[in-house]
Design a binder for this molecule. Sequence first.
Ligand code: GLN
Length: 304
Amino acid sequence: MDYQKIIEKIYDEVKPLIEKGIVADYIPALAKTPANKFAMTVSTVNGEEFCVGDVDDNFSIQSISKVFTLTIAMNMIGDDLWKRVGREPSGNSFNSLVQLEYENGIPRNPFINAGAIVVSDAIFEGRGKTKNKILQFVREISGNNTLSFDEEVAESERIFGNKNRAMANFIKSFNNLNNLADDVLDIYFHQCSICMNTKDLAHSFLFLANKGINPKTGDIILGTRKTKRMNSLMLTCGLYDAVGDFAYRVGLPGKSGVGGGIVAVVPGELSVAVWSPGLNKYGNSLAGTKALELFTTYANNSIF
Ligand code: GLN
């Protein structure tokens, strides 16, 4: 398959969409991101890589980090985690509070903010220790030792994260948070602030295309059954309340973030990361979603 030719054609086709989306500004540090950016990387389990656009630009991975912390939690805690967080799509926006009250502080799934906050609490071993663990994990699976937190973004989230703070305290009132809300939020805001480019992101997700094994090192990152579950969760919950539309148009498990990144997995073959900061009304990259739709159309590689 000539992936290079395919992604170059996609780049041409999505150009009119690139500046049509709205860059997230509810986290003021993200609002500075230029809207005219686009990058796409395909990384195969056989070690090939195909790139187009601004692939060396780093961006804030935001909610994509929820896959990394869930991977750590699945390894650390196992099935007990599911007593504290559900596995159903929420049908509400990623930062919605409404279900939490009538579902007794048990978030619908680990990829909405409430669920990710519970996951960060579940892996909490101290602010510094947990942040370090997450960073080391992301460096390991991306193969890039220079990856880091963007402290300006983390601080901006802390200052303006009143909804997340409300959520964490609300969850704690239902006894579904073991640690102090501010300690857990410090982890959550930092994991969201991790910066990488589409090459790093595609590399980081390759283990999910390879039955949980990092194809570059042979390391088992996640067991086979847990990998199946992670991909299933991404398919059903990875794009918030636009997950049905994404499954309909793209047909792959994926995860998005309000920094404009989306990453998707073709099991057994590849991972594909795309970045364009302009978002649609659901908080997913507008040009990025279209690019992935065109990718599975031209490469004929949706899982269905
Ligand atoms: N840090 C963001 C928030 O908490 C993550 C949201 C996202 O990427 N959808 O609102």
